[in-house]
Design a protein around this ligand. Sequence first.
Ligand SMILES: NC(=O)c1ccc[n+]([C@@H]2O[C@H](COP(=O)([O-])OP(=O)(O)OC[C@H]3O[C@@H](n4cnc5c(N)ncnc54)[C@H](OP(=O)(O)O)[C@@H]3O)[C@@H](O)[C@H]2O)c1
Length: 228
Amino acid sequence: MQHVLITGASRGLGRALALGFRARGWTVSACATDPVAIQALAEELGPEHLALTCDVTRPADIGGFAARVLERSGPPDLLLNNAAVINRSAPLWEVSGEEFSRVIDVNLKGVHAMIRAFLPAMIERGSGVVVNFSSGWGRSTSPEVAPYCATKWGIEGLTAALASELPAGLAAVALNPGIIDTRMLRSSFGDAAGAYPKPEQWASAAVPFLASLGPRHNGQALTVPAIR
Ligand SMILES: NC(=O)c1ccc[n+]([C@@H]2O[C@H](COP(=O)([O-])OP(=O)(O)OC[C@H]3O[C@@H](n4cnc5c(N)ncnc54)[C@H](OP(=O)(O)O)[C@@H]3O)[C@@H](O)[C@H]2O)c1
């Protein structure tokens, strides 16, 4: 039985991954901040799994979440740092300091916090893969999403540096998931997001791809294969 930990699992890609890994026979630990959506996910996953509220920007939440997960299921084999937010589309000079900080706090500092909470136990065990969700906008840019681009380009650098630090047996990769019709995509694309795959369709390709990752992938910048 393998164990996947997924942040940002209340909707979108994270939720589809949680259900997809469960269907594949993995033990799932998942979190997000919306208590209603997390309760619904917990009921759908069933009692063998954990879905708890945890804000990746709040140290007290992370401490409690990590303690529950590690006690219940041990270190994850796959740590999917999926949770993220995007700024409301606007030129950079019109983005408030508060909004810029929130994007940095969730997308970069939240990833660091989860790595601090779980990677030491993975290193102690001697195995595991950290997958930090990047974006096409972590490798290219578009107008009106500069704060988001800054964090995803940051994820690429953070992940490559982390990969160079890891002992044998572990891996860290940056992952561009592709373009999928989620609430986040609708924030940038509007109704045009409807032309892209739904999270459940995407997960049918993403789950086997993620399940195949191992030490040989350490340091790579990967992209989920397109759905056929
Ligand atoms: N959709 C795409 O086309 C696309 C493209 C490139 C990259 N990505 C990346 O893929 C990942 C998933 O995106 P998505 O499209 O599924 O976005 P989404 O539908 O907006 O879902 C984001 C998830 O993150 C959670 N989240 C936000 N802030 C959080 C916090 N402080 N603590 C814990 N959870 C938090 C949200 O739950 P709560 O609100 O309940 O906390 C939600 O479950 C992100 O890293 C995104 O940057 C997506």
